[in-house]
Write a protein that binds this ligand. Structure first.
Ligand code: UD1
Length: 338
């Protein structure tokens, strides 16, 4: 019998790409999503890509009854928990919503898992737990902090996982600290499609390239970096998805948890990304330099060694491939899941 995995937030950007990678690796998946930040058409598109029907539950991770029902109705071997809110700005304006969804969601899920005797969990954490990194590249042992309520919730969730694990050794949790996921599936059928004006760099540039936004505002060009603009570790979402498959495999085989960075180890500046995207879409994209965005570190990129050692993970897509796949997704807009 195939290993069955519950994906909370499985219709979202990273969840949907991981769904495809898991199906390709022979896992059986059940998607739980409340569609607060995912299009209702995504499951149909996943069916098209994988050639198999999607098992979908429309519901919320905060709904304990819904979770209990899923664990009761299906034998679940493991859970990958993507479902969370992720906008830094929104979290500053409405911190309690972030505490409730991100922290409350994890606690509710772990309680339901414990009641059902399911102890294998992959958790979506973030490089935001490093705050403003003191040394680069950033190893998992770097000091932890946060610069927003969003970052706080990710750090708190990691600590909750550690305390639950200390109290009950049956837990085997893979904590994955994502750097900056970008790009889209090669089919061009799934990708990142923010409902409002994007906060993150690549989706913003994509909208400029598509002519939906007039120009990019570059947040500061006086950082101590190669060209003065912010430097980040952009990782292709399909590499990130592959990292989840490896994490899950390791949890199930080793029956022990891990905590790793998922990045490439390579930092690119805002202007380097803009250049690469201009190449992908075939025209120079307009930009203006504006003030720094408060709370932004100058540079952040991963030390990817532990993920390589523990999971055998290595990102393989180049920056050009990340931009080309994003542009391909934007260009197939007519088929976008509605
Ligand atoms: C942001 C969040 C981080 C979160 C991640 C994924 C902040 C401070 N950090 O990471 O906690 O985990 O998104 O959702 O918001 N930039 C521009 N113009 C833009 C947008 C971005 O110049 O319109 C620059 C930023 O200053 C930064 C780089 O592009 O140097 C990347 O920004 P972004 O894509 O928002 O990612 P992070 O800030 O790394």
């Amino acid at each position: 019998m195939a290993t069955r995995v519950l994906l909370t937030g499985g219709a979202g950007y990273i969840g949907s790409h991981t769904y495809v990678a898991l199906c390709e690796a022979g896992y059986e998946c059940i998607v739980l999503d409340n569609f607060s930040n995912a299009a209702h058409g995504v499951p149909d598109v996943l069916e098209k890509i994988t050639g198999a029907p999607v098992q979908l539950v429309e519901g919320d991770v905060l709904d304990r009854g819904c979770l209990d029902h899923i664990f009761h109705a299906h034998h679940i071997d493991a859970v990958i928990h993507f479902a969370a809110l992720k906008s830094v700005g929104e979290s500053i304006a409405n911190p309690l919503a972030y505490m409730q969804c991100n922290i409350g969601g994890l606690v509710t899920l772990m309680q339901a898992m414990k009641a059902a005797g399911v102890y294998h969990l992959v958790f979506s954490s973030s490089a935001s737990v490093y705050g403003n990194p003191e040394a680069l590249p950033v190893p998992e042992t770097a000091p932890l902090s946060y610069a927003s309520p969003y970052g706080y919730t990710k750090l708190a969730c990691e600590q909750i996982i550690a305390q639950a694990g200390a109290a009950d050794p049956k837990w085997a949790v893979g904590v994955l600290r994502y750097f900056n996921p970008v790009g889209a599936h090669p089919s061009g059928l799934i990708g990142e499609d923010p409902k409002d004006v994007p906060n993150n760099l690549m989706p913003y540039i994509a909208k400029v390239a598509a002519g939906e936004l007039p120009q990019l505002s570059v947040f500061g060009n006086d950082y101590p970096t190669q060209d003065g603009t912010g430097v980040r570790d952009y990782i292709h979402v399909c590499d990130l998805a592959a990292g989840h498959v490896l994490s899950l495999k390791s949890l199930l085989e080793e029956n022990a948890g891990h905590l790793v960075n998922l990045g490439t180890g390579q930092g690119y500046s805002v202007l380097e990304l803009l250049d690469a995207y201009s190449k992908a879409c075939g025209r120079d994209l307009p930009y203006q330099i504006v003030e720094r965005r408060p709370g932004d570190p100058a540079a952040s990129f991963a030390d990817p060694q532990r993920a390589r050692d523990v999971l055998g993970f290595q990102a393989s897509h180049s920056l050009d491939e990340m931009c080309a796949s994003s542009w391909h997704w934007i260009n197939t807009g007519a088929q976008k899941p509605g």
